[in-house]
Design a protein around this ligand. Structure first.
Ligand SMILES: [Mg+2]
Length: 141
């Protein structure tokens, strides 16, 4: 199962995102940038979802440190931002984020689509998400 790190200072946001994704990914949550950097160095995930607005160390500073770290710098990192404005997407991509999702996250699919743009799908490379219920895939020839 692919591993994700979720970094957000807000408990409700962390919990919501974890619940949205835990069926398909092994999710580790971090409540601050400092906690995340320490945790990421200990256990490298496949992708990071990183809140921008956090006290002490905001998401742009966390990203800067990730990109400056030889072991972490290739990690796909998706920015999570509230108060989205025109041009934000370009701004965050220029900073070195791989993608950008606005909060509140009301549609799980938007988050899932952003993740799968940067990670192989958890079930099969190139395959759509498995439908709920019994698998209905054609038999291999
Ligand atoms: Mg925040």
């Amino acid at each position: 199962m692919p591993t994700l790190a979720v970094v957000d200072d807000n408990f409700d946001n962390r919990t919501l995102i974890q619940r949205m994704l835990q069926r398909l990914y092994q999710v580790t949550v971090y409540a601050s940038g400092a906690e995340a950097l320490e945790g990421l160095r200990g256990a490298l995930p496949d992708l990071v979802l990183l809140d921008i607005s956090m006290p002490d160390m905001d998401g742009t500073e966390v990203l800067r440190r990730i990109r400056a770290d030889e072991r972490l710098k290739r990690l796909p990192v998706i920015a999570l931002t509230a108060h989205a404005m025109t041009g934000d997407r370009e701004k965050y991509l220029a900073m070195g984020f791989n993608d950008y999702v606005t909060k509140p996250i009301v549609d799980r699919k938007i988050l899932y689509d952003a993740i799968t743009r940067h990670l192989p799908r958890p079930d099969a490379p190139g395959a759509p998400p498995a439908p709920p219920g019994p698998a209905a895939r054609p038999a291999a020839p």
